[in-house]
Design a protein around this ligand. Structure first.
Ligand code: ADP
Ligand code: MG
Length: 389
């Protein structure tokens, strides 16, 4: 059983030093360099950061002192964006260099919310190093994991550290587990799963796990190309991931594939574009499937409209190009009208406007983590907190 911070009251938190794992690994846009200054960065999408606000506010509101631990992939240090993160959270953050990792528990005199710099600068993080975990916990009273989206990783700040202090789940982890568990455990009747995007290896286990948990599984995006190929359709220059073999053994009764596709000889959207009927496919060698077709949109929309619950991960096409975004947009609108809707995936969330996003019941911050959870795989970060299905 996970113990959550909501069980801790002011008396238990007041003055306590809390090590809080969050996920600030967000997409950044680089601003043009001015006067030979080093490049500056802006947060392009702050959804993940903002999702931790409730947990941070709960801890600081009960007078705990918090050190945030996180990683970032696009840049080496949080320095260029620490102010921007603080704005999103409504907190003044003090950045702590990794050199001070062992005495960071002493640095709270300056500020009650600290951000330890990019934890993946330390090679021990991804090795789940015990030594790093010991350094991290020095001077702290409690460990809280709020980083659901990193909890499928067996890393030191997610896994090893949890054994060294009283460990709790944050409010975001609580919401994620509740929202996604509901999607897994709800009655089969009226439940539809929609999978798209590109990485078949990460999506196939979800399809397999939902074969007996959903009424229908709609497959679009590049992962549908694997199915077309397995069915003997010539997909031309379409993006196909490996994994075709395991698809052959899937029970196809519940799986609904696109019946038509938008193809083009140019992925930038500037070439010739035409619809192909996949019952009579005639895709040329230089053409790629880049979106689901009109009839598929109508089929998918109808099934979604009849659903009580929908779980969606993965765009229906090459959504970054306007011309190939119709399938993703149409599915987004249809899903937003369903009684209980769960969506997730970095690219899926980024593809939808904030207005439409606000209409879903639950938007997961997890990409790979959401897929692992929905595939029923044990997640090291949750196991370390005592999670049991
Ligand atoms: P998520 O991040 O939501 O889990 P993925 O990372 O699996 O989704 O896939 C998203 C990517 O898949 C997007 O960049 C999108 O352009 C690409 N994609 C989807 N369908 C196609 C397609 N038919 N051809 C090429 N790329 C596609
Ligand atoms: Mg992605």
């Amino acid at each position: 059983m996970i113990r959550y911070i909501s069980e801790l009251n002011r008396e238990q938190l007041n003055g306590k030093k809390v090590l809080l794992r969050v996920d600030f690994n967000v997409a950044l846009s680089q601003l043009p360099a001015v006067n030979n200054q080093p490049p500056t960065f802006k947060i392009a999408e702050g959804f993940r950061i903002k999702s931790h606000k409730e947990t941070i506010d709960y801890l600081t509101g009960n007078d705990a002192k918090v050190m945030l631990v996180a990683h970032i992939s696009q840049i080496n240090s949080f320095l260029p964006i620490v102010e921007n993160i603080g704005e999103i959270l409504g907190q003044t953050l003090t950045l702590v260099p990794l050199e001070h990792i062992s005495d960071s528990g002493k640095l709270f005199s300056a500020s009650s919310v600290l951000l330890l710099d990019n934890i993946r600068q330390d090679s021990g993080e991804e090795k789940n190093s015990d030594e790093l975990a010991n350094k991290l916990v020095q001077g702290f009273d409690l460990y809280v994991n709020d980083a659901f989206s990193v909890s499928h990783r067996k890393h030191a700040s997610v896994s090893a550290v949890a054994g060294k202090l009283p460990a709790y789940g944050g409010l975001l982890i609580k919401k994620e587990i509740e929202g996604l568990s509901k999607a897994l455990n709800a009655p089969v009747q009226g439940k539809t799963v929609i999978l798209g995007g590109a990485k078949i290896a990460t999506k196939l286990p979800v399809i397999e796990n939902f074969l007996d948990k959903a009424e229908k599984i709609l497959v679009g995006g590049a992962i549908a190309n694997n199915f077309f190929k397995a069915n003997g359709i010539n997909v031309g220059a379409s993006l196909v991931d490996d994994g075709t073999l395991s698809i052959k053994n899937l029970d196809m009764n519940k799986i609904v594939l696109p019946v038509d596709a938008l193809v083009s000889d140019d992925r930038t959207g500037n070439g010739n574009v035409r619809f192909v009927d996949l019952k009579k496919p005639d895709i040329a060698a230089q053409e790629s499937i880049l979106d689901i077709g009109k009839e598929s949109i109508a089929n998918f929309t109808e099934i979604i409209g009849l659903s009580k619950m929908v779980v969606w991960n993965g765009p229906m096409g090459l959504n970054e190009v306007e011309r190939f975004k119709n399938g993703t947009n149409a599915v987004g609108v249809a899903v937003s009208k369903v009684g209980y809707s769960v969506i997730g995936g970095g690219d899926t969330v980024a593809a939808l406007s904030e207005e439409i996003r606000s209409k879903f019941t639950f938007v997961s911050t997890g990409g790979g983590a959401m897929l692992d959870f929905l595939a029923g795989k044990p997640m090291p970060g949750l196991v370390a907190l005592g999670y049991q299905e």
